[in-house]
Design a protein around this ligand. Sequence first.
Ligand code: AP5
Length: 244
Amino acid sequence: MSNLRNVSFNDLFAEVKRRYECTKRPAMNVIMIGPPGSGKGTQGPKIKDDLCVCHLATGDMLREAVAKGTELGKQAGDIMKRGDLVPDELVIGLIENNLSNPECERGVLLDGFPRTAVQAEKLDQMFVSKQMSIDRVLEFAVDEDVLGERIEGRRIHQASGRSYHLKFNPPKVEGKDDATGEPLMHRKDDTREALGKRMASYHRDTKPILDYYRQHGNLRTFNATAPIKEVEGHIEKALYSNMI
Ligand code: AP5
């Protein structure tokens, strides 16, 4: 309550209205899958707000652990910088620990998880035990030629994971996060060299799990090379209509 007293009436009303609007939409569990730079982190906050679900982004959680210097961060930091995948058990633990958060009551938006067959199997088990189901898997299909420029121009707000681009999605004030005014940073793995490794692991480890979801009929694939606003439209269709 004491926190709420510090929130302006207008902000509080807008939040209540947003949550009320969510009650008219179906509760959903959604997975975003796409190569590095395909737009998951850009679209995630809007999907989260539209559906009133929690946004569990393993990359953001790992970067937070690295920044705080936790045991997990010490194990993951160098692996991430190289562009390799962090061991399955570490990321599975992150998801397991967060799935029961009150914020996840209406559903969950998974960003960057699962990324391997082992993670996909474990997720199925977690969902079965919680009587949850995967309603949509969104595949960000992107022309790989655009990814280098997207990665090099990306700037992020470390605390929230909000993603900007110097050319395609600049912040209102150069170098500052729109919501907090805090400085933006360039990710250590946003280099052409690490991108090569991340793409290789996307093709080797992650793409095969798309077939698994395709067979289950909940995969929706759309053109993520399009401008950001257009991709938003593709996602709305993918979420709310049965065919795209
Ligand atoms: P993670 O943080 O998940 O990185 P990623 O999957 O490689 O994805 P990115 O964050 O690079 O891309 P994005 O799709 O979010 O793109 P964005 O929207 O920012 O993982 C980082 C590392 O953590 C991994 O390499 C691994 O080491 C580890 N890790 C994480 N999860 C793991 C797991 N499950 N298992 C094992 N290891 C794990 O967009 C990019 C840029 O393009 C931005 O600047 C944006 O403004 C711009 N942009 C976005 N959309 C458009 C558009 N339509 N047009 C023009 N510009 C656009």
